[in-house]
Design a protein. Structure first.
Length: 390
């Protein structure tokens, strides 16, 4: 529970730092670290006060006063632990950003972008780093009633991705544009990524280290492969020296039940759903992400979905910049103003076609939204001659 007295003390010390006045951290000597961090989250993310650099300075002084480094991961020394992976990846990003910066003078002179080829391959991993945070860590934070921190950080992640995309596009046009535009994109990327590292290492990592359970980290580790890593991961981390065992199904999966125009067992129904050439997602009438089929492993899905997001509010499953559009789609379908909403886009060699459909029961009562996703590239490659034989 938030303690406003803690928040007021945080504000007083941050103001003192801004004014280069004497600070007094004695108040926090008997306050649990998690409460110190909750107060910072309230002040910075919820109230929008003080910049992250000032907070970074406060945390450095806190470390000095308390004789500890709250950024250190104390719950596991294993390099494969999800929190240690975030630290390791940030170190890689720092090195790569500095390497690129050192090459900019040569790039401006020679206009040869090949000198950045390997560096950009490393930077491409920022997508996996941020996606793991948003799709695996944030759902667990939401279950623990933490929301504003997640949304604010996700919005900053989106800005970084946009800047990085802009930088790569400008590098492709290096012979057509003034180099100052490339330099500007890189400078913004460098600054924003360093700021994000402050958010992650000073606040996010220490905070979740205090409130997550071992099974939370196991779930994150188990599902992280779907999004990829920026560093080498030798094995999936587990809390104990054991392989994670799925919960045993207790229901009779071989008992026939009436479904539609016939009978199926639960096992057969699941197999059918998992063999459809569609990725299916169902959001219930309360807006909760309730189901997805598993036609392939998560990392090969057109829209990556993982079990950790089950039960998550659909409003928190989308980045802030697309949330308004998604909620408008849901409203159109719920109010029966449209039967379906569709969109398509190109992803690599695939043409992804997405359909959203409102689901109503036999009385016309709204039950939720069905999303189905398919690769329609094969339809574009149909032969001109009609084939009727098998």
């Amino acid at each position: 529970m938030l303690n406003f007295e803690h928040s007021n003390h945080i504000k007083a010390q941050l103001t003192a730092i801004q004014n280069k006045a004497q600070i007094d951290l004695s108040y926090f000597e008997d306050i649990p670290l998690v409460d110190f961090l909750r107060a910072i989250i309230q002040v910075h993310y919820t109230e929008g006060q003080f910049d992250i650099e000032t907070i970074h300075e406060l945390i450095a002084l806190y470390n000095q006063h308390m004789n500890e480094e709250i950024q250190n991961v104390y719950i596991s020394l294993d390099d494969n632990h999800p929190l240690n992976l975030l630290h390791r990846e940030n170190e890689m990003f720092r090195r790569t950003l500095n390497t690129i910066e050192n090459k900019l003078a040569t790039l401006e002179k020679d206009k040869d972008t090949s000198i950045l080829e390997e560096d950009l391959k490393m930077m491409d991993h920022l997508y996996g780093h941020y996606n793991r945070k948003e799709k695996l860590i944030f759902p667990i934070l939401e279950r623990k009633q933490v929301y504003t921190l997640n949304r604010k950080v996700w919005a900053m992640d989106d800005d970084i991705r946009t800047t990085y995309h802009q930088l790569k596009n400008r590098l492709k046009r290096i012979d057509e544009i003034e180099f100052k535009h490339i330099r500007k994109s890189f400078d913004v990327l460098y600054r924003d990524m360093v700021v994000m590292m402050f958010h992650e290492e000073d606040i996010l990592i220490p905070f979740i280290q205090e409130i997550f359970e071992p099974q939370d980290f196991e779930a994150i580790a188990r599902e992280s492969k779907a999004f990829g890593y920026a560093v080498e991961v030798k094995e999936v981390w587990t809390a104990q020296d054991r392989v994670y065992e799925e919960n045993q199904q207790t229901e009779d999966r071989n008992q026939n039940i009436k479904i539609g125009g016939g009978y199926l067992t639960l096992k057969e129904a699941e197999l059918i759903l998992n063999h459809l050439p569609l990725e299916i997602t169902f959001v219930d009438k309360h807006g909760l992400f309730k189901y997805f089929n598993e036609i392939t492993e998560s990392q090969h899905m057109m829209f990556i979905r993982t079990p950790i997001s089950i039960g998550r509010s659909v409003a928190n499953c989308h980045p802030p910049k697309s949330l308004k559009k998604m909620m408008q789609v849901m409203r159109l379908l719920k109010d029966k103003k449209q039967e379906t909403v569709t969109m398509w886009f190109k992803k690599g060699n695939e043409y992804i076609y997405v359909t959203y459909k409102g689901v109503f029961d036999e009385t016309g009562e709204y039950q939720g939204i069905l999303e189905y996703v398919q690769d329609i590239q094969p339809f574009m490659e149909l032969p001109s001659v009609v084939k009727r034989d098998i």
